[in-house]
Each structure stands twice: as C-alpha cells, then as structure tokens.
Design a protein around this ligand. Structure first.
Ligand code: RIB
Ligand code: CA
Length: 303
C-alpha cells in the first residue's frame, strides 16, 4: 500500500503537535507533503513557529510550511485558546525554529499542490479559514481534492467554546460553512468522538518509557495540555486516516450556523430521512472510537 499523500492544515497548538507526531511516525501510511498554518489556538506567528519546531524535532525539515490566515474571514479577530499555554505548545522547551517558511499564502499553496497532485487529501485540525480561502480563490478546487478529514464541530453534543459551538467552527463559522458547502467528501471528527479519545496515566507512562526526544516531547504535551483538556482532539483525525475501522460513524447532511448570535459555528446535522428532507448526505460524522485501540495506535506511531 502506498502512503496517502496529504496536506495538513493546522493551528499548533498542543494537540495539533501531537497529531503531527503521530502522522510523522507513520511514513509507511501517511505522506505529509505540506503543512499549512492558520491562526487559532494562538496567533499566526507562534503557530508557524510551533509547526516548524515540531517538524525539526521529528527531523522533517523537508516538509514545506506555508503561513496562512491570521484572522477569520468575517470576525474581527479569532479567539485564542488559553488551553495551550502562552507559546501554544504548553510551555515546550523546544528551541525556536531555524527552517525557513515556504513562499506563498497557504490558500494558494493548497490550490497549487492539489492541482499538481490531481487528487489530494486534506486533513484540517484548526479553523477552516485557509481551506475556505482556497475554495474562493479557486472555484474548481473540489475537482482536485479527493476528501477532507477534519477535527471540528459538535454534531450531537454541547460545544466547548460556546454551549453550541466547538472551537474551530466557533472561530470561523463562515469558513466552515464554505467548506461544508463545497461538495467535497468530508469526514468530521467532532467533540462527539474526540471527547472519548482521552489521555490516560498509563499512556503518559508508556510514552515516557520510549525515551526518544520525540516521545519525551509527546509525553510533555500529554501532561501539560492533558491537565487542561484530556481529549486528544486532533490526533483523532490522523487516527481516522490510519485506521478508520476503530471508529463508528453515521452519514448526514451538515450545515453550519453563521448567524452572529449564540449559535455562531453550531453544527446542524441532519441524519434521519425526515431531517434530510431530500438532501444528500455531505458528511461522514464520526460518533465513536475504541479509545484503547486509539491510544495504542498513537503510542505505536511514536515507536
Ligand atoms: O476544539 C478542539 C480543537 O480546537 C482542536 O483542534 C484544538 O487544537 C483547537 O484548535
Ligand atoms: Ca487544532
């Protein structure tokens, strides 16, 4: 089986960093051909710094990094998440990055690389601003994107940023709406499933016991991020790409509320015939995971 070539759009952020390390630990199955950055957990500059700090830790300075949107499409500026520490990597001791940023905005890079690849997979674990901008820049882009795997939303459970919205969709509801309206096949790993993907003491101990610099950083992130939010949100998106059989799903039609009120960023998930009302599903909604198998997959990738 050849490795799945994909672009990783993210806002590291501690759990994005964990997701990066899991993906980079499985070059047999995943080929991260580019990484695009979006403001979210922290501002754009620390996000692009953190992405490169993690790539350098993993010895993958060959992966091009493009900076993207510094703010959401419509909101004056995005929310910053206090969960990830002031530097966005839970106080990591990793040195500042030395590898260069690639030229060109992330949105342009997504369009250019997708057209070059012909059929590209995109994994997104931050606000969807870059992907939405790419779709606005290049209306034919859906013809070149095979599928999107994203962490975001809350289909059947409360939000984590407002009562109705999950962080990534709350930061940029308009971008999420553009992506879900694109017609591209989407797998959405929302809080419905990521709240089941939790860190355990045993997982931390096993990561520490591996003893490599990557595993030590992984354990650091698990401890310091996990003390604020024990859910491995973004690694779940990578795990779906590696082992979808450990998850349970439903098909549905997802739309995103873009009102400016309390429902901004809310997922409206229609699953029943009555709710679908003749619309075709546009999303595989992930609803469950074998949490132990998920933790095992993350640790095996570290090894
Ligand atoms: O709600 C969790 C999501 O928001 C994760 O992707 C986290 O990194 C933040 O971006
Ligand atoms: Ca994220």
């Amino acid at each position: 089986m050849t490795a799945l070539r994909f672009i990783y759009d993210c806002d590291p952020g501690a759990d994005d960093a964990l997701a990066m390390l899991v993906a980079l630990g499985r070059p047999d199955a995943l080929d991260m051909i580019a990484l695009t950055c979006v403001a979210g957990n922290v501002g754009l500059q620390p996000v692009v710094d953190n992405a490169r700090r993690i790539l350098e830790l993993a010895g993958r300075q060959d992966i091009v990094v493009h900076a993207g949107a510094a703010r959401p499409i419509m909101a004056s500026r995005g929310r910053i998440s206090i969960m990830h520490g002031s530097d966005g990597l839970a106080g990591s001791t990793l040195p500042p990055p030395t590898m260069p940023l690639a030229d060109g905005h992330a949105a342009q890079a997504i369009s250019r690389i997708a057209r070059m690849e012909g059929r590209l997979h995109v994994c997104a674990t931050g606000p969807l601003t870059n992907l939405a901008l790419a779709l606005l820049l290049d209306p034919e882009l859906p013809d070149f994107i095979e599928a999107i795997t994203l962490m975001g939303g809350a289909a059947f459970c409360p939000g984590n940023t407002t009562p109705l919205a999950e962080f990534n969709f709350a930061v940029d509801p308009h971008a999420a709406a553009i992506v879900f309206d694109s017609g591209i096949p989407i797998t959405m790993l929302g809080l419905d499933v990521t709240r089941q993907a939790v860190v355990t003491e045993e997982m931390i101990r096993e990561a520490e016991a591996i003893g490599t610099p990557v595993a030590r950083e992984f354990a650091h992130l698990l401890i310091h991020y996990g003390s604020k939010d024990p859910c491995l949100h973004d690694p779940a998106a990578i795990a779906w790409m590696l082992a979808p059989d450990m998850f349970s799903t439903v098909q549905g039609h997802v739309s995103i509320c873009t009102d400016s009120g309390p429902a901004a960023g809310q997922v409206v998930a229609a699953v029943s015939e009555r709710h679908l009302a003749g619309r075709e599903p546009n999303c595989t909604i992930v609803t469950g995971v074998d949490a132990e198998a998920f933790r095992r997959l993350c640790l095996d990738a570290l090894r």
